[in-house]
Each structure stands twice: as structure tokens, then as C-alpha cells.
Write a protein that binds this ligand. Structure first.
Ligand SMILES: [Zn+2]
Length: 270
């Protein structure tokens, strides 16, 4: 996830497309033009009116009073619905993540599990490098959630028609690799608290689950940001232009709102 920013915190602000062939070595905090809008559900149906039956016994003022009470009830219901929608959007803005896919703790290299440097076996991709989505021999690609990989393949084909090559700057990572990234981030940022803003833990990172892919180069991530919803592919964090996850409802409803950064993501508090 955040190793890119972590390693290049200074260059991040001024990235140009032509200098970021491997975009996962850089970053740009970009607020996408098509951030999905929040959907407010239709207000609940109102109870049927308890109308007077016209027997002439009802005083004239009562229907007006009744209509006033119904109007007030409508307003209260609408206000409550809107408030609930806002609260829901804030708390669980990404409601349809697929179930977690976990791989054995033993996955990855012995070297990384011993605290050493991760290898391709851990899903390691060097800064500036990237992999083809069709490279099934690379664990970083092969261990991606099959549904995510399938959606990426569909997007890749469409991107090619637009002259864009969609590649993987980081995909699945072993727990040992993620732990290595986190240790590096703590060194870089000086505290675990600050590092958590940039790098997930081996337990919380969606990369370890195989449910996230960092797209490279920059123009491919930009393309996917604009056109990924139709494939169920959405950015998760506003400050990570390259990080995409599967959000199946996006095909119909568009991408859900992004979190500002991982500290807003409830899944990161595991
Ligand atoms: Zn990522």
C-alpha cells in the first residue's frame, strides 16, 4: 500500500506523468473528478392515510390538523432518513467488500519470515518495476483474489483499446513482506502511529489478503480512476491514486466515497 509514498515523501508533490514510468515509486494526492456521490435512499413509505369516510360527523378543522400532522411526520421521516444516510456513509462507506481471502502464514520466502529482505516469493516488486497482469508465475499477481484479477483483466483489455497499458506495481504481499514494509515505515516516520497512516499491518493490509492492486504507471491508474467503476474497480483512499480494490456494486451504483487515508478505514483498525 503505502511503501510508495513512504519511500519518496519529498518527491510526491511534483510528480509529472513523464517522470513516473513506475508510478508506485511516486505519489500524487489527487482528488478525482469523479468521486462517487453519496446516495441517499428514498424515504420510507408512509402509513396509509386514515381518511375520514365522509359521514359528515367530522368537524371541519380536523382534516386540516390531520394533514398538518401528516406533513410533519413526512418531514421527520425524511430528515431521519437523510441523517441515517449520512451516518451510514461516514461509517461504512464501502459496504460490499468481498469476504476476506486469506493465505497461509507460511506463504512467502523463508528469508522474509526470518526478518530478512523479501523476495518475489513474497510478492515483492522493486521500486520502479511493475508486472504484467498476465504474469501468472509471479506470486504478486497469481495470489490476487481471482475476482479482483478477473476484473483487472477486463479493465486491461478496455484500457488497451485506449492505448493504455495497465500494469501491477504491487499486488499480493506476504505477511512477512508487509511486516518488513511496516518496519521500514516506522523507521521513516518515527513512530508506529504515524506509520499507520501510510502502511497497513500484516493483519489489516488488503494487499496481504490479495484484495488490492497498485496500478502502474500513472496514466494507467488515472485511466482506471475514470473508467474502473464499470468493472467494479475503485480507488479506496483519496491519498493513494494507484490503490484499487474490488467494489462489485460500483458496476451499477458507481464507486463509493473514498476514505481520506487508511486511518479512516475501519478495516485498518484490526
Ligand atoms: Zn496499495
Amino acid at each position: 500500500m503505502y511503501r510508495e509514498r513512504m519511500r519518496n515523501p519529498v518527491r510526491a508533490r511534483n510528480m509529472r506523468v513523464d517522470e513516473v514510468e513506475g508510478m508506485h515509486t511516486n505519489t500524487s494526492t489527487r482528488r478525482g473528478p469523479d468521486t462517487a456521490s453519496e446516495r441517499i435512499p428514498d424515504p420510507p413509505a408512509l402509513p396509509p392515510h386514515d381518511r375520514a369516510t365522509g359521514d359528515g360527523q367530522m368537524p371541519r378543522r380536523r382534516p386540516r390538523l390531520f394533514r398538518l400532522l401528516v406533513t410533519l411526520l413526512v418531514l421527520v421521516v425524511i430528515a431521519a432518513g437523510a441523517a441515517a444516510a449520512v451516518v451510514t456513509a461516514n461509517i461504512t462507506s464501502r459496504p460490499d467488500y468481498p469476504d476476506a481471502i486469506t493465505f497461509g502464514d507460511a506463504a512467502g520466502s523463508e528469508a522474509a519470515r526470518s526478518g530478512g529482505t523479501p523476495t518475489a516469493e513474497d510478492g515483492y516488486i522493486a521500486d520502479g518495476d511493475s508486472l504484467s497482469l498476465s504474469d501468472g508465475s509471479a506470486p504478486a499477481v497469481a495470489r490476487l483474489d481471482p475476482a479482483l484479477r478477473s476484473a483487472l483483466q477486463d479493465a486491461l483489455a478496455a484500457a488497451e483499446e485506449d492505448g493504455i497499458e495497465l500494469r501491477i506495481g504491487s499486488g499480493w504481499r506476504s505477511k512477512a513482506y508487509q511486516a518488513w514494509l511496516l518496519r521500514d515505515a516506522v523507521t521513516t516516520y518515527g513512530s508506529e502511529q504515524e506509520a499507520a497512516r501510510w502502511v497497513g499491518t500484516p493483519t489489516t493490509s488488503q494487499h496481504v489478503r490479495g484484495e488490492a492492486a497498485d496500478i502502474s504507471p500513472y496514466d494507467a491508474a488515472d485511466w482506471l480512476n475514470r473508467k474502473g467503476a464499470q468493472f467494479g474497480l475503485c480507488r479506496t483512499y483519496d491519498n493513494e491514486a494507484w490503490h484499487f480494490e474490488l467494489s462489485p456494486s460500483a458496476v451499477v451504483a458507481g464507486c463509493p466515497p473514498m476514505f481520506r487515508d487508511p486511518t479512516e478505514d475501519p478495516r485498518m483498525r484490526g
